[in-house]
Design a protein. Structure first.
Lengths: 168, 137
């Protein structure tokens, strides 16, 4: 096994999106996402955080850790583009507690792309609202398209893909 | 009881949260990913599988939830840069320090500089985070 000197052209889910493919200003659509008890359990297990805020006793309202909102914006990107790369920037504001049973409506948009240190970056924003239309969270993400520098040819066959099952 | 309160001074060091990661921490089903498989990582130019960024950042989120309590859940903000890859067997420790405070809608927003160091002392994630605490005692 040798470490690649080329960028991935195609993986098991198809051709990778290139920097030129990414359209700044493109909306990424919308998705509904219900926060179930099982999702909160899984998030807390992944994060190893079992605070009573997330596991209330004596009938208190159960809420989710704010970072449970990481995935839906990533899924919206994956619906539009096959981007693997690496996650390199995460801004987030939490405006409301996310109670178990809440259905969030998440929408997003690509707002920028740029080249820095010979690598290609995309920037996208997303927000989540509850059923009443209240803003629950707002986030901005930066993703680098490849770990390998952009001067390397895009010719490698990848294994992993940016297109994932839409579950935690 | 939250760690931070209205009288917490600038320069206060947040409690540390540490974890030694294992490859198994990042497995989902049988999928081969850059987080679980050496060949999949190598095809992307990575020397080894890399940790899932949000799972590493979760050390900071635990720290900040502990510091702010409900003032993290509602009103929490963060801006993090993932500065270099964290590999799946790295040791990481979340650190932070109170940087400044300001009043906001009848509460006090406490801004912190936060970061995660790996076993070599390198800052692999760094940025800022803030939450709210009551102004009343």
């Amino acid at each position: 096994m040798t470490t690649a000197k080329a960028r991935v052209l195609e993986d098991a889910k198809g051709r990778r999106a290139t920097f030129d493919d990414i359209a700044v200003g493109q909306t990424l659509g919308q998705m509904e996402w219900q926060i179930t008890d099982e999702l909160i359990d899984l998030q807390c297990q992944l994060d190893q955080d079992f605070d009573p805020l997330f596991f209330p006793q004596q009938g208190g309202k159960r809420i989710a850790p704010p970072q449970i909102t990481y995935r839906p914006p990533r899924w919206l990107i994956s619906r539009a583009y096959n981007v693997r790369g690496l996650f390199v920037g995460w801004e987030m504001e939490s405006f409301r507690a996310i109670e178990a049973g809440t259905t969030l409506s998440v929408s997003g948009k690509i707002i920028d792309k740029y080249v820095k240190k010979e690598r290609e970056f995309i920037v996208f924003e997303a927000e989540g609202r509850d059923a009443a239309g209240h803003l629950v969270f707002r986030t901005r993400r930066i993703h680098v398209l490849d770990f390998v520098e952009r001067s390397a040819p895009r010719s490698e066959a990848g294994i992993d893909s940016g297109i994932k099952p839409e579950k935690i | 009881m939250s760690v931070l309160h209205k009288d917490t001074p600038v320069g206060f060091e947040l409690p540390t949260i540490a974890k030694k990661f294992r490859l198994e921490d990042f497995k989902r089903a049988d999928e081969k990913t850059i987080h679980t498989d050496y060949e999949a990582a190598a095809r992307e130019g990575l020397p080894a599988p890399v940790a899932i960024g949000p799972q590493v950042a979760a050390l900071l989120f635990r720290q900040l939830r502990l510091c702010f309590g409900n003032g993290w859940i509602v009103g929490g903000k963060w801006n993090l840069s993932f500065r270099r890859p964290v590999f799946v067997t790295d040791f990481c420790v979340a650190r932070g320090v109170v940087a400044k405070t300001e009043q906001e809608d009848g509460k006090l927003r406490i801004h912190c500089d936060v970061w995660i160091e790996n076993q070599d002392g390198n800052k692999v994630i760094a940025g800022t985070a803030s939450g709210l605490v009551p102004l009343a005692a």
